[in-house]
Design a binder for this molecule. Structure first.
Ligand code: AIR
Length: 205
């Protein structure tokens, strides 16, 4: 294979053969069908950043952070060979969980990657409402975990929940952001009650 897609495929296979220590490889892989999905998939990036994950852009030179993620565009229909290679090499490249998003009515990247990478968990993100059925509609024996349309932020939280079974520090980070969210509700609840609806609305404008 000599084109750029072939070069990526060869690179992933070579990385899979390297057998690098777990602390140096990305734990989470974010893949999406097109770069037009990026705005929607950015929620996963935001959640991972909040949880102190760093983006690993060079497989051979990991960032200092203990937990990292990587991101790629992989199209199930335009580049099925690339999708196959990603799913097939994911575990050997050190990934523990994949977040896969695709849009349109044929959003097959999440479901196909789940089948190829099995038993590695794949969390599917339907990029649009019309993509939900194709992401979650898997036959018995071919599992996928999925979130609602556009909820890539939740996909990242689910990914870190999975990693948390092995890493206590991630559980602590998940607890901390959950506490922040609770505090946010407490604050707004008190403000609404104490200022009354008109006062609350005035303060928001
Ligand atoms: N897509 C890309 N390859 C296969 C599929 N199903 C999806 C992308 C994107 C939509 O098609 O995930 O949401 C439109 O892609 P584009 O590149 O035309 O903007």
């Amino acid at each position: 294979m000599t084109d750029d897609i072939g070069a990526l495929i060869d690179e992933w296979h070579a990385q899979a053969d390297e057998d690098r220590p777990a602390a140096t490889t990305p734990e989470v892989g974010i893949i999406m069908g097109s770069d037009s999905d990026l705005d929607t998939m950015a929620g996963a990036y935001e959640a991972l950043k909040k949880l102190e994950f760093a983006e690993q852009t060079d497989y051979a030179n990991p960032p200092e952070a203990r937990f990292t993620f990587e991101s790629y565009v992989v199209s199930a229909h335009r580049t099925p060979d690339l999708m196959y290679a990603y799913g097939e090499t994911a575990a050997a490249r050190g990934l523990d969980v994949i977040i896969a998003g695709a849009g349109g009515k044929s959003a097959d990247l999440p479901n196909m990657t789940a089948s190829i990478a099995y038993p590695l968990p794949v969390i599917g993100v339907p990029v649009q409402e019309k993509s939900v059925d194709s992401v979650i509609g898997m036959p018995t024996g071919a599992p996928i975990v999925a979130v609602d349309a556009g909820k890539s932020y939740n996909a990242a939280l689910s990914a870190v929940q999975i990693l948390g079974r092995e890493h206590d520090e991630l559980v602590a980070r998940l607890d901390a952001i959950h506490d922040d969210r609770r505090a946010g509700v407490a604050e707004v609840s008190r403000a609404l009650h104490d200022r009354g609806i008109d006062g609350f609305r005035d303060r928001q404008e």
